[in-house]
Design a binder for this molecule. Structure first.
Ligand code: SF4
Length: 780
């Protein structure tokens, strides 16, 4: 059986679809399924068009591509206030994707909502929890063993609530999305920061926290600050050693890690056509490193080719019909414009310790010498969601083949992480994997592995200074191997391969020679490889579980004694009274990110267990009273102790508490645990000088009161030993400040005003105890 027919027959079996032929799908131009896996969920270009027309009439100006896709998904396009960088948009995304680490809490919250099924097509992908140790199959077996209960929970919850489940070994979430679910014009949210990868197929794909995913799965409009748009005009064309990765490495060097914040990066111009679809995905993927909301490319023939090769020619045909809405209007306005001539672009390598420290490959060796960075490359790593396409593997194999022809192998260790089972099987079939093994590589599991610190590295001791080069996206301190002395550089997979062969950062494949086994000098030719396999993709092993049509008898596996998973109890409703005599758990001094509120690292394994992970509550925040982290006064015993223990003491004794914070409280990743934990341990309000917006919304969703001092100087009026009463909740209304009475231990009192940003809906969340509780009330 030919591989593609095999895939289709598997799909038919998985979906229970009879007489499901590719030809019949290809003919359905008017009604085209969003993916093979959801034959009854159709692409709504008609709705996109209708909404774009409404908005275009209102704004009366040319629109960028990202505006078309974003505004085309507005909940109320006729009345939505639209001002880039200012207003908040209410959107209706088409689908949701979750990776296994973040899906746990998202699914637990969804279960707690009481809804029977997800409202939009959604999927779970098992990729983050697989450790790289010995190589593909062994590592996969070990991961299945260690994480069995988490996988089991996700599989059974997916089956129960209508969520597709991609088993461990299926591949990395963003590759699976690109191969199966992304399409031009889609609005997709994913609980992972590199969700923007789907922009390579012309979609607006945005990384979010689990609470946002729950909203969308529950059918609630999703809020996004109207993004600004940064245009990147590409001219010329890619050639030689220069690759798509060099485009984003260059952009990162220009914009830095914060330059894209609040904006969508929109690529356009004649240079776009010289980049493959998977290459465009690489560029969008790494847009996360400049803080961009997402990145996107206009629909073109390279996307059409990719869609056709991945069995979605019907989507490409439909996109052709609606092409006007899948490219920017001419004359549209960008908030910032960057121009890059691809013909002049040179191979880049960025790092160490930050992805925006850009160097041309030709210069990195001398910079490293000057800076004292180790020149010897210990390990070269290719793959990850950023660079693991068929083309990437082909270009790396083309470099490796030349070294082998001269009797050379890699001087450095070399690992390969295929992005998906389909890529793994196809590069095995086409011989690339063997070439990469022959040159000294180890093919790891189709998973995140070393990219997310799941790397059981044996070749160095912690603290040993060393250099690695990767084709991944992030290279912050300790990201790959938890060793703060590892100098990680990011570059394209073909440059990683060339550097791993040479073993030194001083090697520039464009100009330098290697010495073959015969003692003769030779130069590596620039790699040339097919963008897509000539034959069909080999789907490899069947790793997908489609939810059953009838899931009424399906049980969700969560053991009551589990240390990693815990079903959520609904939070208590507001009792209708003002919040009196709140104890101050901690008055935080200075920066307090979501990492300070809910630390990562070893706590990751408890992401599905709210009570266990709550033992990290605010352990990184600095207490104003003693300048220490994780040391606060227990107002009853007067003893200092860890923050979580003190919160638990208060909870046990029925004492409600509040946190006092400084500026931009809750910045950082949009981790919903940072809002769930204080609520779980009895917190009622967080009062700060200002909030990071996403965290503020997350707090509201969990029924907490995020409030700000009307006069920021009032922060200084509150002492950790005071008690606070928050008044005015009976008349809680948008824009109406609340009153706070500060009761000092000496019996004196002061009254201050507290502002809030609650709207009517969010006030209902507060009254119900949480957004989920409110959702349940509405169902009744
Ligand atoms: S490969 Fe790395 S960047 Fe990509 S999803 Fe996995 S951990 Fe994230």
């Amino acid at each position: 059986m030919a591989p593609y027919s095999l895939l289709v027959s598997r799909l038919q079996k998985a979906l229970g679809v009879r007489q499901y032929h590719v030809a019949s799908v290809l003919c359905q131009r008017a009604k085209v399924a969003m993916s093979h896996f959801e034959p009854n969920e159709y692409i709504r270009y008609d709705l996109l068009e209708k909404n774009i027309n409404i908005v275009r009439k209102r704004l009366n100006r040319p629109l960028t591509l990202s505006e078309k896709i974003v505004y085309g998904h507005l909940d109320d396009p006729a009345n939505q206030e639209i001002e880039r960088g200012k207003t908040y948009l209410r959107l209706r995304p088409d689908r949701v994707a979750m990776q296994d680490a973040t899906a746990q809490m998202a699914m637990l919250q969804f279960i707690s909502s009481g809804l029977p099924k997800v409202a939009v097509p959604s999927t779970i992908h098992c990729d983050h929890l697989i450790e790289a140790q010995l190589g593909g199959e062994k590592d996969l077996r070990r991961a299945k063993d260690i994480n069995q209960e988490v996988y089991n929970f996700l599989a059974t919850a997916g089956a129960k609530y209508g969520v597709g489940f991609w088993r461990p070994g299926s591949g990395i979430i963003h590759q699976i999305i690109l191969e199966n679910y992304a399409y031009p014009g889609v609005l997709l949210i994913g609980t992972d920061s590199h969700t923007p990868n789907g922009g390579g197929l012309g979609g607006i794909c945005i990384g979010v926290g689990g609470a946002d995913a729950v909203d969308v799965m529950a059918g609630i409009p999703w809020e996004l600050k109207c993004p600004k748009v940064i245009g990147v005009k590409l001219t010329g064309s890619l050639s030689g050693w220069t690759s798509p990765k060099d485009v984003i490495l260059k952009v990162a060097g220009i914009l830095t890690v914060k330059g894209g914040t609040g904006a969508i990066v929109e690529y356009h111009g004649p240079g776009v056509d010289s980049i493959s679809c998977t290459g465009m995905a690489t560029i969008c993927n790494m847009g996360a490193e400049i803080g961009a909301t997402t990145s996107v490319f206009p629909y073109n023939h390279r996307m059409k080719k990719y869609l056709s090769k991945t069995g979605r020619a019907d989507i490409a045909n439909l996109a052709d019909e609606f092409k006007d809405h899948l490219v920017p209007d001419s004359g549209c306005h960008y908030d910032q414009l960057i121009e890059i001539n691809l013909s002049e672009l040179k191979p880049h390598i960025n790092g160490p310790f930050t992805p925006d420290l850009a160097h041309p490959v030709a210069e990195v060796g001398s910079v490293a010498e000057k800076e004292g960075w180790p020149l010897d490359i210990r390990v070269g790593l290719i793959g990850s969601c950023t660079n693991s396409s068929y083309e990437d593997m082909g270009r790396s194999a083309a470099v490796a083949k030349q070294a082998l022809a001269h009797g050379l192998k890699c001087k450095s260790q070399f690992t390969i992480t295929p992005g998906s089972e389909q890529i793994r099987a196809t590069i095995e079939r086409d011989g690339y994997a063997q070439i990469l093994r022959d040159v000294g590589g180890i093919v790891l599991a189709n998973a995140c592995g070393p990219c997310i610190g799941q790397w059981d590295r044996k070749d160095i001791k912690k603290g040993e200074k060393n250099t690695i080069v990767t084709s991944y996206n992030r290279n912050f301190t300790g990201r790959n191997d938890a060793n703060p002395e590892t100098h990680a550089f990011v570059t394209s997979p073909e440059i990683v391969t060339a550097l791993a062969i040479a073993g030194t950062l001083k090697f520039n494949p464009e100009t330098d020679f290697l010495t073959g086994k015969d003692g003769k000098k030779f130069k590596l030719e620039a790699p040339d490889a097919d963008e897509l396999p000539r034959a069909e993709f080999d789907p490899g092993q069947d790793t997908y579980q489609h939810p059953p049509k009838d899931s009424s008898g399906q049980q969700v596996d969560v053991s009551p004694t589990s240390q990693r998973l815990q079903l959520l109890e609904p939070f208590d409703k507001w009792d209708g009274r003002d919040l009196e005599d709140l104890q101050i758990l901690i008055k935080v001094k200075g920066k307090c990110t979501t990492d300070h509120i809910s630390a990562a690292g070893p706590w990751l394994k408890f992401r599905g267990h709210l009570d266990n992970i709550s033992n990290n509550l605010l352990i990184g925040a600095i207490n104003v009273e003693n300048g220490k982290a994780n040391s606060v006064r227990n107002a009853v015993t007067q003893e200092f102790g860890p923050v979580p223990d003190t919160a638990r003491y208060y909870k046990k004794h029925g004492i409600r508490w509040v946190v006092i914070g400084d500026e931009n409280y809750g910045e950082g990743s949009s981790r919903e645990h940072a809002a769930l934990e204080p609520r779980h341990l009895g917190g009622r309000a967080i009062i700060t000088k200002s909030f990071a917006r996403i965290h503020e919304t997350n707090l509201k969703k969990q029924g907490l009161l995020p409030l700000t001092f009307a006069d920021p100087a009032d922060y200084n009026k509150i002492h950790p030993v005071d008690k606070l009463t928050i008044q005015g909740l009976k008349d809680f209304a948008p824009g109406k400040p609340l009153t706070c009475i500060i009761k000092h231990p000496n019996g004196t009192q002061e009254t201050i005003l507290l502002n809030h940003t609650f709207n009517e809906t969010q006030i209902e969340w507060f009254r119900a105890g949480s957004a989920l509780n409110r959702m349940k009330e509405l169902q009744k």
